[in-house]
Design a protein around this ligand. Structure first.
Ligand SMILES: C[S@@+](CC[C@H](N)C(=O)[O-])C[C@H]1O[C@@H](n2cnc3c(N)ncnc32)[C@H](O)[C@@H]1O
Length: 367
């Protein structure tokens, strides 16, 4: 197997595909913008002329967060007319940053806030959120949505599933331990970056109190479907068993307790560094494609519009599982075939399919 490091290969599908196909992730942020505005209102920033810095960590092409960022920075501009605003978009080096800048600077069909807010400086960083991104004490609002489940690397091979939600025993434990280490490290880096009184608004994929997680809310389980189709392709010989076993999402879905324990425990390094939890809740945001199918009943068009939303974020993992001895176009054909099979399944038997979003929303402040 080649490098297991997530930074080496991870990127959402580029050229605008991600935010065009992933409207549900936009709903997640749009619906939760009030949590950020309320937190700002609880302790309004001073209008003291200093730079106000916000990050959007794991921003992808910036299209899904555009309205949330616009509302939040608009609020900061109204409250603090004297403060220059620095907006820092961050993702991994393979991210399509060119597309991000085109979206934020209004060169696409997406309406952007950037020209409506004066004294605004937009920039980007390709430093992983598992490291420090901005200088210590300089961050006023750190935001991240639907990204912190990406761990630095896969800690063990899951032989019989593609995701840790399908792993058990020692392998499941290895993922949970890795998830805990990376989460604590993430929080410590953010706490170091935050200015006193600064906020973290983290909308994380996780496992809620009822055991629900992305695409697993009572209907057909999305990760089990990924696994069944990929394993079927191994059993019939389209891919090898080694490729099947090597295909593991570098992700950990954490429970509410796993998210909050390092912040609430007075003995933890995170607590001692000064981070405090102000708000936590879980929410399920319904899959917009499944909702559309319920109202219109057209299975073929549901399948056609739904699969791109899965593909926009999962494709690099399936491509990565394939042997590099195969030419790139052969790997691409296999992955096309894989998503084609998923689409056929949905078109033939659409009931229960859908990718409901399950998030744990955290608002933290540095004291
Ligand atoms: C599912 S997308 C979410 C995009 C956007 N925040 C949203 O909510 O629609 C996850 C993003 O996190 C990025 N990502 C994964 N690991 C990362 C890391 N260590 N540092 C920064 N970004 C990372 C991925 O490249 C991807 O763009």
């Amino acid at each position: 197997m080649t490098s297991r490091k997530t930074d080496d290969f991870m990127a959402m599908k580029g050229a605008g595909y991600y935010s065009r196909a992933t409207i549900g992730a936009k709903h997640v942020m749009d619906n939760a913008t009030g949590l950020i505005l309320d937190a700002i209102d609880r302790q309004p920033p001073a209008d003291d002329g200093s730079v106000f810095t916000m990050t959007d960590m794991g921003c992808a092409d910036g299209g899904t967060s555009i309205d949330m960022v616009g509302r939040v920075l608009g609020d900061i501009r109204d409250r603090c007319p004297s403060r220059p605003i620095q907006m820092v978009y961050t993702d991994l080096p393979r991210n399509d940053f060119s597309q991000l800048f085109q979206i934020v600077h209004g060169l696409t069909d997406t309406e952007s806030y950037a020209s409506h807010i004066d004294n605004l400086y937009v920039m980007a960083s390709a430093t992983s959120f598992h490291s420090r991104i901005v200088p210590p004490g300089s961050l006023n609002l750190g935001h991240s949505a639907t990204a912190s489940h990406y761990i630095t690397e896969v800690p063990a091979q899951i032989e019989d599933h593609v995701h840790m939600v399908g792993a058990s025993g020692e392998v499941r434990k290895a993922f949970e331990v890795k998830g805990a280490v990376d989460w604590e490290n993430f929080l410590l880096n953010r706490t170091a970056e935050l200015a006193s009184g600064g906020l973290l608004a983290l909308f994380n994929f996780g496992i809620d109190e009822k055991g629900r997680y992305l695409g697993h809310t009572g209907g057909v389980s999305m990760f089990d479907t990924f696994n069944e189709i990929w394993r079927g392709m191994a059993d019939e010989g389209t891919i090898t068993q080694t490729e099947y076993a090597a295909t593991n999402f570098p992700q950990v879905y954490r429970t509410v307790d796993q998210f909050t324990r390092p912040i609430n425990d007075p003995e933890s390094t995170v607590y001692k560094a000064g981070l405090r939890l102000e708000h936590v809740e879980t929410r399920v945001v319904p899959c917009p494609f499944a909702a559309d199918f319920k109202s219109k009943g057209d299975a073929a068009s549901f399948a056609k519009s739904y699969i791109p939303t899965l593909r926009s974020w999962s494709e690099p993992v399936f491509l990565r599982g394939l042997s590099t001895d195969r030419p790139a176009d052969e790997r691409a054909m296999i992955v096309d075939d894989f998503y084609g099979r998923y689409q056929d399944r949905v078109a033939n038997s659409p009931e229960g399919h859908g990718m409901d979003y399950v998030h744990c929303y955290l608002i933290c402040r540095k004291v």
